[in-house]
Design a protein around this ligand. Sequence first.
Ligand SMILES: NC(=O)c1ccc[n+]([C@@H]2O[C@H](COP(=O)([O-])OP(=O)(O)OC[C@H]3O[C@@H](n4cnc5c(N)ncnc54)[C@H](OP(=O)(O)O)[C@@H]3O)[C@@H](O)[C@H]2O)c1
Length: 287
Amino acid sequence: MKIAIIGANGQLGTDLTEVLSPDNNVICLSHHDIEIKDIDKVNSVLSTIRPDIVINTAAYHVVPEAESFPDKAFAINGTGTLHLAKVCSDIHARLLHYSTDYVFDGKKLKPYTESDTPNPLNVYATTKLAGEHFALNYCEKSFVVRISGIYGKVPSRVKGGNFVSTMIKLAKEKPEVRVVDDEILTPTPTFAIAKNTAALIKTDKFGLYHMSCEGECSWYEFAKEIWKTLGLQTPLHPAKVKDFPMLVKRPVYSVLENANLIREGINEMPNWREALIQFLKNNPVNF
Ligand SMILES: NC(=O)c1ccc[n+]([C@@H]2O[C@H](COP(=O)([O-])OP(=O)(O)OC[C@H]3O[C@@H](n4cnc5c(N)ncnc54)[C@H](OP(=O)(O)O)[C@@H]3O)[C@@H](O)[C@H]2O)c1
């Protein structure tokens, strides 16, 4: 399969490239190669490559910044995805686009399936939800994959890190670390997402998917597991969301259930704790 990966040098793009390259003809596109805000550029680049599938990891996903720059967030997460969907449709390519657990408001307090109704609380999530609709409704052969709490060996480019790298940095630099225990998620390594994506794109079961690890935890429990696995000595304390200045509204509960992957018999996502321990073992020197 000829696969064009947009954002190939990003956190998720790097693992997608590694996982998909052995069995496919993978074309890596960085921001230098393609600007998804520009439909003419999208058209010229993808019409030249003629991929069987385009995988889009590009996003404007610094959540607090998106509140200040909603036009920019919509131009990338919304209209940018529309451009990809239109061009993919024109050149008869499939599209796989990543979205987020943040499309939900968290009030359900139980795992969200693909049939639950989104209610995004902030600009980032609202623009990502718009992108979902554009992908699904402007490209007949599209997959939209919601992911959650991601971390990889290459830190997120736009954020300059991820929760794991940030915790290790804080443990090295601060006398103590406080992490909230009243926001619940499912941490998920990008390598696991890349592997399950490889299984999904072999099918023609287009539509909406949740793809996060199994189980759930608070950010504090996530940090505690990092401390335990790495033997960090810096004191770690639980805190509450209200202890930190709220720059932006976030869901207090954003656990995803991979109902559609399970239905199709292709849910390969590991438990979050085992995946984290494995990740820390495999990447000992990167922090
Ligand atoms: N972080 C989380 O916990 C989380 C949770 C749920 C969903 N997600 C989603 O996960 C996806 C991947 O995140 P990630 O951490 O891999 O991101 P990342 O490391 O920041 O990588 C994004 C890539 O896209 C490129 N890019 C950005 N804007 C672009 C544009 N306008 N046109 C073309 N390329 C552009 C970036 O290039 P430059 O850096 O050179 O601009 C970079 O190569 C995003 O869709 C995000 O919304 C993340």
